[in-house]
Write a protein that binds this ligand. Structure first.
Ligand SMILES: Cc1cc2nc3c(=O)[nH]c(=O)nc-3n(C[C@H](O)[C@H](O)[C@H](O)COP(=O)(O)O)c2cc1C
Length: 323
């Protein structure tokens, strides 16, 4: 059995499970593992240099012939143009942007047969992204790790589905970590899931030393939305650094100065070498609220397969309760 949705059809993949393009984490090993398992992996290119992105894409292609994507967080004109050139030359199937994609960029990507997705934390972001011509939207609730908004996944997804679901597939994100979340997302009208935090706790994820261990030991209330690492609202593991700025909000600088400040202070190494030694009592570790359910490292391919198998079981169980 398999779950066929508009998303699996559009992307030509087996399972409606997408690896979030996490900066610092979603590098070639993780991306290839998720794509190879029948989902789709997305490189987190926001932390990659101009040379690193093409090299990472080549490594994904060497590891799998299945489709994969690239995510660029910012819509900074220079960064997106360069990134898009690499995406086209590097053989990606999808491009996802965190802060909107200019119309001309979408047209260019489409002319190279690359599908475009947009991250949305509000209904109006989704409406404007679809008006610009994107092929799918990711509705990310506040539960999610990384930069995040204020509306919860359970409330956001069906409202985005109502607004744009008749035009494009909607992918649910934020706090989802297993097959129950996948089944629930389908029930809300989504066509698939975009998973971040669960995939950090895998052998294939890239991470500074102590990050994965911090996740394994954390409860569901161990995260906080803080501007202390980047200057924008970001859900992270609560640390001495976030606590300090909670007590001294007057010291916060706007984006991107706060990101520079946290790097200078030696507490922000996202995108640093795999296994880099850091002080994890203060380090920048984006993380979603689903973290309390994560207590072991699991190979990424197993996560994809067990998520789909569990979603199928849950849906059968629900169907069997009907008289
Ligand atoms: C470590 C980390 C880095 C992230 N970096 C990005 C990014 O560069 N671009 C982006 O669009 N989203 C980024 N996100 C958000 C994810 O794309 C995704 O929406 C989120 O992780 C989903 O929630 P979950 O973590 O609860 O699964 C990041 C999330 C994490 C945890």
């Amino acid at each position: 059995m398999a779950l066929h949705t508009r998303l699996t059809e559009l992307l030509d993949i087996e399972h409606p499970v997408m690896l979030a393009g996490m900066g610092g984490v979603s590098y070639h090993r993780l991306v290839a593992a998720v794509s190879e398992a029948g989902g789709i992996g997305t490189l987190g290119a926001s932390t990659m240099s101009d040379d690193e992105l093409p090299a990472e894409m080549a490594k994904v292609r060497a590891a799998t012939s299945k489709p994969f994507g690239v995510d660029l967080l910012t819509a900074m004109p220079g960064q997106v143009e360069k990134g898009i050139r690499s995406v086209i030359d590097g053989g990606a199937r999808i491009f996802v942007a965190g802060l909107g994609v200019p119309r001309e960029a979408i047209d260019l990507l489409h002319s190279h047969n690359i599908l475009v997705g947009s991250m949305c934390g509000k209904v109006r972001h989704a409406v404007s992204a679809v008006a610009s011509g994107v092929d799918f939207v990711v509705a990310q609730g506040t539960e999610g790790g990384g930069h995040t908004g204020t509306v919860a996944t359970l409330a956001l997804v069906p409202q985005v589905v109502d607004a744009v679901g008749s035009k494009v597939p909607v992918v649910a994100a934020g706090g989802l970590f297993d097959g129950r979340g996948l089944a629930a997302s389908l029930a809300l009208g989504a066509d698939g899931v975009w998973i971040g935090t669960r995939f950090i706790a895998t052998p294939e994820a890239r991470a500074v030393a102590g990050y994965k261990d911090a996740l394994l030991g954390l409860a569901e209330d161990g995260t906080v939305i803080s501007k202390s690492y980047t200057g924008k609202t970001c859900r992270v593991v609560r640390t001495e650094w976030t606590n300090h700025f909670e007590e001294h909000p007057e010291e916060l600088q706007p984006f991107p100065q706060q990101a520079v400040a946290s790097m200078k202070a030696g507490v922000n190494h996202l995108g640093g070498e795999d296994g880099l030694a850091v002080d994890s009592s203060r380090e920048f570790m984006p993380c979603g609220q689903g973290v309390g359910a994560i207590d072991t490292l699991v190979p990424a391919g197993d996560i994809v397969r067990s998520m789909v198998a569990e979603a199928e079981r849950v849906m059968e169980q629900i169907a069997s309760t009907r008289r």
